[in-house]
Design a protein around this ligand. Structure first.
Ligand SMILES: Nc1ncnc2c1ncn2[C@@H]1O[C@H](COP(=O)(O)OP(=O)(O)OP(=O)(O)O)[C@@H](O)[C@H]1O
Length: 521
């Protein structure tokens, strides 16, 4: 039987016209890597682009398009990604030159070279360790803030979840899963969770601040460059199709391929850990300062050994087996990868229908996808094998697992082991100044008016009694007091939702590698 569902909205708004990538924006600073590496992507091909691989006109962003050789070779000249502390990529293999295409089964991918490390949890973080800055994004249960550590002055992102909202939406289990899953994973293309803590009203998750903004914003701003036009032209794409692509705000084939390949590696890793992600969409894909992806929002991620039934995700991206309330497994992520690739290549999702979720579900169950003529034949072939309701045919769900996806012809030129080490230059380097809390790539939001960290009885702690943890007399008194003071009209106090509530206090006092973690650069 399907478990109670919770569905998220897909963003529809166009990018903020006051976006910092508009021509009036102060000039971006090109980040240089720790090893002194300077991106070589633009030199050979994208001569229409600025020194950061990107330029903007009227809020639209030019994207450098990878050529085949760029996806296969472009070795970095050593040095670590300054965004990471090296531990994320610590098992980097010796680099080799050349661009030969090898079957994935013979190469070492992120999955084999990165294992989940054990975490130390010393429970030291609290709100007073950070200075809160602006809001980076808002979500269903709260918001994500840019913060600065009062200890090392570095910048992080803190996701604040309002307990009342989590409880009201019956998402306690998913919220606890989010913390557990993020705490478990460690991968170059997944956001790092450094620690969690809570006060009476909120839960807090301290993460990497991923500076480059959402892939969603880039997609909505994107405009294929002159270079792409010529590339398309010589591949016999017509001018009409080129103009259409501009209108649709879509990525050129090689750009979509680059991001799809990084997502594929992340899914490969997550599935190897027994985790389904379940919320793949451009809004949850952030760009680091070098333009590499970081998947954020593990709100629906779940450790599933075989099958599960929960109805969750975002309508446009739901697999038919989820819509039909059948049991499902990791195969849903491969379906969503297909939807993501489609959206990147076309600028819209294949089952979109005037924004009505019911219509979208009908379309998903009908399963008819119209592929625009400009989609590369290899891409279309991959999409047809991913966006198929037949689980015995869906790529990723077959005997070869994720390797079947990686070995598909559309990814033929991808050198996966290099990609896993971020050894392939990204097609777009966000114009951000690294390490200084530059949040210019994020939309502006009205700020939170409620103060965080207020000392008050915790109305939720009472439910700790339902866990194995024993409360002290004082805690029990405080929590009973909190419960009495709690707004009775709130759904949280109704008996049915009380069953859903269980926010384990100890679980929200964890942190990773305290001593080193805050010194990531
Ligand atoms: N680590 C991060 N660094 C920078 N920005 C972030 C980070 N994590 C999240 N954000 C921003 O905050 C937004 C909301 O975050 P997130 O998706 O995790 O919240 P949510 O409550 O689960 O949202 P939703 O309900 O819409 O899925 C993201 O879309 C992104 O713009």
């Amino acid at each position: 039987m399907p478990t109670l569902g919770f569905l998220k909205k897909k963003k529809t708004k166009e990018h903020d016209p006051n976006s910092p990538t508009s021509p009036t924006d102060s000039s971006p600073v090109t980040p240089t890597s720790a090893g002194g590496h300077k991106s070589s992507l633009t030199s050979s091909s994208a001569n229409t682009l600025s020194s950061t691989n990107s330029s903007s006109k009227g809020g639209e962003t030019m994207l450098a398009s990878h050529t085949t050789s760029q996806l296969t070779s472009a070795p970095r000249s050593g040095g670590q990604d300054p965004l990471n502390d090296g531990s994320l990529l610590s098992q980097a293999e010796p680099q080799t030159n050349g661009s030969s295409v090898r079957p994935v089964s013979t190469i070492s991918t992120a999955t084999s070279s990165q294992t989940a490390a054990s975490r130390t949890t010393k429970g030291k973080y609290s709100l007073t360790d950070f200075t809160l800055k602006r809001t980076l994004g808002t979500g269903s249960f709260g918001r994500v803030h840019l913060v600065q550590s009062n200890h090392n002055q570095r910048f992080y992102a803190v996701k604040v979840l309002k307990k009342a909202q989590v409880v009201k939406m019956k998402q306690v289990e998913h919220t606890n899963d989010e913390r557990r899953m993020l705490q478990k994973v460690k991968h170059a293309f997944l956001v790092t969770l450094w620690g969690t803590f809570q006060d009476s009203k909120n839960l807090y998750m301290v993460m990497d601040f991923v500076e480059g903004g959402e892939l969603f914003s880039l997609l909505r701003k994107s405009q294929v460059s002159q270079l792409d036009y010529f590339e398309y032209y010589y591949q016999s794409y017509t001018l009409i199709e080129y103009l259409y692509s501009r209108q649709e705000k879509r990525f050129p084939n090689p750009v979509a391929k680059f991001y799809a390949a990084e997502v594929t590696l992340a899914l490969d890793y997550l599935h190897a850990q027994g985790i389904i992600y379940r919320d793949l969409k451009p809004e949850n894909l952030l760009l680091d300062r070098h333009g590499h992806l970081k998947i954020t929002d593990f709100g629906f991620a779940k450790e599933v050994p075989d099958i599960t039934w929960t109805l969750c995700g975002t309508p446009d991206y739901l697999a038919p087996e989820v819509v039909a309330s059948k049991g499902y497994n990791k195969s849903v992520d491969w379906w969503s990868l297909g939807i993501l690739i489609f959206e990147m290549l076309c600028g819209f999702t294949p089952f979109w229908d005037g924004g009505s979720p019911m219509k979208i579900y009908e379309n998903i169950l009908r399963g008819k996808v119209k592929y625009p003529p400009y989609i590369h034949p290899d891409a279309q072939d991959l999409l047809q094998r991913l966006i198929t309701p037949d689980l015995t045919k869906r790529l990723g769900n077959l005997h070869g697992g994720s390797k079947d996806v990686m070995n598909h012809a559309w990814f033929a030129e991808v050198t996966w082991d290099r990609l896993a080490k971020k050894d392939i230059d990204a097609p777009y380097v966000p114009p951000v100044q690294g390490g200084v809390g530059d949040a210019s790539q994020f939309d502006k939001y009205p700020e939170e008016t409620e103060k965080y960290g207020e000392k008050a009885p915790d109305p939720y702690v009472i439910w700790l009694l339902r866990t194995t943890q024993l409360l002290t007399l004082r805690q029990t008194r405080l929590s009973l007091q909190g419960l009495l003071n709690f707004n009775k009209s709130d759904e949280a106090t109704t008996p049915s939702s009380m069953h859903a509530v269980c926010i384990p206090n100890d679980g929200w006092k964890e942190q990773r590698d305290y001593d080193e973690s805050m010194e990531v650069e």
